[in-house]
Design a protein around this ligand. Structure first.
Ligand SMILES: Cc1cc2nc3c(=O)[nH]c(=O)nc-3n(C[C@H](O)[C@H](O)[C@H](O)COP(=O)(O)OP(=O)(O)OC[C@H]3O[C@@H](n4cnc5c(N)ncnc54)[C@H](O)[C@@H]3O)c2cc1C
Length: 415
């Protein structure tokens, strides 16, 4: 222990936990967490004997072999996890249930819609133009055709983004959405085979305790100071001071918008305004009992209600439900009051019965064309002083857990 350099990690979400564990062999690591439990976005709590994921519902898989190897080096896959295939559907206005993704299930749509959509994809095939999209609306219409854009992609995504899709930048999309060719679409419809390229086409999920189990297990061997909301980190004489403690390095996984107020002793001139103007959405997760269904995720494009998705967390592991119940999270973008929730639940399919809800003010970072440049410049100012950023909100990236873990592993290997 003695002789090792000291590292402070701010935040015990997945990013902070992974980086802290990975630094432990070379540093004396202290983690500061403002809540009294680890997990950040992946926290869960028990409500009437069922498991409520307070923001979304988290399943695990990764395209990166080194992330999978690291993860299964910590967790016992065969004992502690179940493996499941995604079984998602879309409930169209009027109640028609169609498989997800919609473009692979054209044959389940009404005949006139099928014919119109076939014409769209055939026209794209004939043109064979490279897609050049100015914004998200363009991208969706050019990739999936006018018919599916108007039927599903526009209404669904407008519920999520709460603005015209012409105002949504394409930057956040890079590598995150599959982009099927018209040939793929025809093949999947003829063969009734779905696209398997989604990272969560199949996934792992803890048998007990949901994503809180992940956080609690990762936190086990760490020195974590819970209830410590860090509001000042001072750089002086080559060291970082947090409270009364001095550190050689700091890894920050909280919200990058707060850096100008938090950090003292490094010039951030010219960056404050751009950092403060970074945009985000919140999520209201409403925990409910629903009618029994076999699905994992249910997508809701219907404009009659504001929720965009039901995450059937009760189907991820049977142990997430109190006996005889199926629980799920109904998801809304931004803050929804209890009164509005009660009104909305009456209109949402599957007769959701309210159990609890939680509002997370910052859950989705929104990128503009400027975002990556601002964060890059901030990193370039801080890292020569041994202050590092990693995580969904520290880097303002649309990371999943595994991508956040991968970024944390990459950072730790450089320190
Ligand atoms: C609705 C939804 C569904 C999702 N579903 C999935 C999924 O199924 N699979 C998947 O892989 N990913 C999913 N994700 C993404 C996943 O949640 C994130 O990638 C991941 O949890 C980000 O972890 P993080 O540690 O970077 O950030 P966070 O989880 O936000 O952790 C940051 C931590 O820092 C703490 N903190 C912040 N500031 C301070 C401070 N000043 N002092 C002390 N502590 C501080 C916070 O309390 C928090 O604990 C989903 C995300 C959302 C919003």
């Amino acid at each position: 222990m003695e002789g090792k350099k000291k590292a402070a990690v701010v935040g015990a979400g997945i990013s902070g936990l992974v980086v802290a564990r990975s630094l432990q062999d070379r540093y004396r690591v202290t983690v500061y967490e403002k809540e009294n439990r680890p997990g950040g976005l992946i926290r869960c709590r028990e409500v009437q004997g069922s498991l409520f994921h307070i923001c979304g519902g988290h399943v695990f898989n990764s395209r990166r072999q080194d992330v999978l190897d690291w993860f299964w080096g910590v967790f016992n896959r065969d004992v502690s996890f179940v493996k499941a295939d995604r079984n998602s559907c879309i409930v169209m206005p009027g109640g028609l249930v169609v498989g997800y993704p919609v473009e692979d299930h054209l044959y389940q749509l009404p005949e006139a819609v099928q014919r119109a959509s076939i014409r769209d994809f055939a026209a794209m095939m004939a043109k064979r133009e490279e897609i050049r999209s100015a914004h998200f609306a363009d991208f969706l219409e050019q990739t999936f055709g006018e018919t599916l854009f108007n039927l599903y992609f526009r209404p669904y995504n407008e519920k999520i983004w709460r603005r015209p899709l012409t105002e949504v930048s394409l930057d956040w999309l890079a590598g995150k959405l599959p982009m099927p060719s018209p040939e793929d679409v025809f093949y999947h419809n003829f063969s009734h085979q779905e696209e398997k390229a989604f990272v969560h086409a199949s996934f792992w999920y803890p048998r007990q305790g949901g994503s809180q189990f992940l956080a609690d297990t990762l936190a086990e061997c760490l020195d974590i100071r819970y209830g410590s909301s860090i509001d000042r980190i001072v750089h002086r004489d080559g060291k970082w001071r947090i409270g009364d403690e001095l550190y050689d390095i700091v890894v920050y996984t909280g919200n990058v918008r707060r850096i100008p107020e938090l950090v003292e002793g490094v010039s951030l001139d010219g960056l404050e305004k751009e950092l403060h103007s970074l945009l985000s959405h919140g999520t209201t997760s409403v925990f409910c009992e629903i009618d029994p269904v076999p699905y994992t995720w249910i997508y809701l494009p219907d404009g009659e209600y504001d929720a965009h998705r039901i995450i059937c967390t009760g189907n991820f592991s049977i142990n997430n439900n109190a006996p005889g119940r199926l629980t799920a999270t109904v998801e809304f973008t931004d803050e929804v009051s209890l009164k509005e929730i009660e009104d909305q639940l009456k209109r949402i399919p599957l007769h959701p019965k309210y159990l609890d809800h939680c509002y997370t003010p910052c859950s989705y970072p929104i990128q503009t064309q400027a975002t990556r440049g601002v964060v890059r410049e901030l990193k370039e100012r801080l890292s020569p002083n041994d202050f590092y950023l990693t995580g969904r909100f520290a880097e303002w990236e649309y990371y999943n857990m595994d991508v956040a873990a991968g970024a944390a592993l990459d950072l730790a290997s450089r320190l």
